[in-house]
Design a protein around this ligand. Structure first.
Ligand SMILES: Cc1ncc(COP(=O)(O)O)c(C=O)c1O
Length: 369
């Protein structure tokens, strides 16, 4: 494995220092929740090794989201990131071929790269509405392809896909005998209601998700993968056991509590997201130097400075961060030019979101040539 730090992590707000940031538009979750909000008393919790697959009640709760899924199809992992790592290192070896959409959440690209896998990128295009086209994915698959990897709703664009497209991708992977990884970390935040959990559609599909983004619980590092191919789940469990044996019983107990509060909690979360989305949409409409593909899920969008605007992009980001204490996710986090930026509209308080978006507009103008 050839590890190197990813810019999205090395330059993340928590590494840069939360205390140096006034307007944080770089987050990809809703605002972080506290233990007190969950009302969890952990005083009696025995700090033993837990179930190697993850707390059974938690896995049952996750499996109940999709018809045909059972608790033993679910493996609890150290965040969705942990699931992505286990999947890549279990399915891929040096020289193996996989198909990945780009831009993407960086780990979906970087771990296969660290393994030395041969990556066929399917590059998404602004002018095509960032669409993940099933035909383009299918055309990239060869006889040697071991894995197709997509993220939906997508990070950084916030775009979903029609259910028919997901089913077409699943069907093609099944026909070609290729595993399909669907990173569903933003699934519950789909504006028009979520797509089916991919793992429920085919034994070839592996779904990945977590509590980090929708519930603002990245600090408990609890995610999961789901797959109906039990032999594969067993191999993934072997990988997990070699990394950590089991997950944290503290984290999993908190995660179960959060899942059980979901019905009461989620409507308020979605209302907050809708508010941030509306503010951001108004900002894009009002700024003639910015354009976007309007997202339809998640809490992030990936606008760009209009190509016809002659802007010193490095200066723009310097002014934004150094002078205005405002951070966004610059395009290079996603292997795209820095004229693109990921803006997270679900995390900041509303007044800081408004101020931060205003600062983006101001920084662009200060960087005009
Ligand atoms: C699409 C996607 N997948 C996975 C992750 C990893 O999240 P976590 O490990 O906190 O669940 C992220 C985090 O930004 C993400 O955006």
């Amino acid at each position: 494995m050839r590890y190197r730090r990813m810019p999205i992590e090395a330059e993340s707000p928590e590494e840069y220092g939360y205390d140096r940031i006034r307007c944080n538009l770089a987050e990809s979750s809703v605002a972080d929740a506290s233990l007190a909000m969950l009302g969890t008393d952990l005083g009696d919790l025995l700090l033993q090794y837990g179930d190697h697959r993850g707390l059974p009640a938690l896995r049952e709760h996750i499996a109940a989201d999709a018809p045909g899924l059972e608790a033993d199809d679910v493996l609890v992992t150290a965040g969705a990131a942990g699931a992505l790592f286990l999947i890549a290192t279990t399915l891929l070896q040096e020289g193996d071929h996989l198909v990945v959409v780009r831009p993407n959440y960086a780990t979906n690209i970087e771990t296969p790269r660290a393994i030395g896998a041969e990556i066929a990128f399917v590059d998404l295009v602004f002018e095509e509405g960032w669409r993940i086209d099933p035909a383009r994915l299918a055309a990239a698959v060869t006889d040697r392809t071991r894995l197709v990897s997509i993220t939906v709703p997508h990070n950084p664009t916030g775009r979903g896909m029609p259910e028919a497209d997901l089913r077409a991708i699943v069907a093609d992977c099944e026909r070609r005998g290729v595993h399909l990884l669907v990173d569903e970390t933003y699934r519950e935040m789909t504006f028009g209601g979520p797509l089916p959990i991919a793992a429920s559609l085919s034994e070839r599909a592996i779904s990945v998700s977590s509590l980090s983004k929708t519930y603002g619980l990245p600090g408990i590092r609890t995610g999961w993968l789901a797959c109906r191919d039990r032999d594969l789940v067993e191999r993934l469990l072997a990988a997990k056991e070699q990394v950590s044996i089991t997950g944290s019983v503290v984290d999993e107990t908190i995660a179960l509590r959060a899942r059980r509060m979901r019905d009461a909690w989620l409507p308020g979360i979605m209302a907050g997201i809708a508010e941030g989305f509306a503010i951001t949409r108004d900002w894009v409409a009002a700024d003639d130097l910015v354009e976007w593909v309007e997202p339809d899920g998640g809490v992030v969008c990936f606008p760009r400075i209009r190509p016809e605007a002659d802007v010193d992009v490095a200066l723009f980001h310097r002014v934004l961060v150094d002078d205005l204490a405002t951070v966004v996710g610059p395009g290079h986090w996603f292997e795209r030019p820095d004229t693109y930026m990921r803006i997270g509209y679900g995390w900041p308080a509303r007044d800081r979101l408004v101020e931060g978006l205003g600062n983006v507009s101001a920084a662009i103008r200060r960087a005009l040539r």
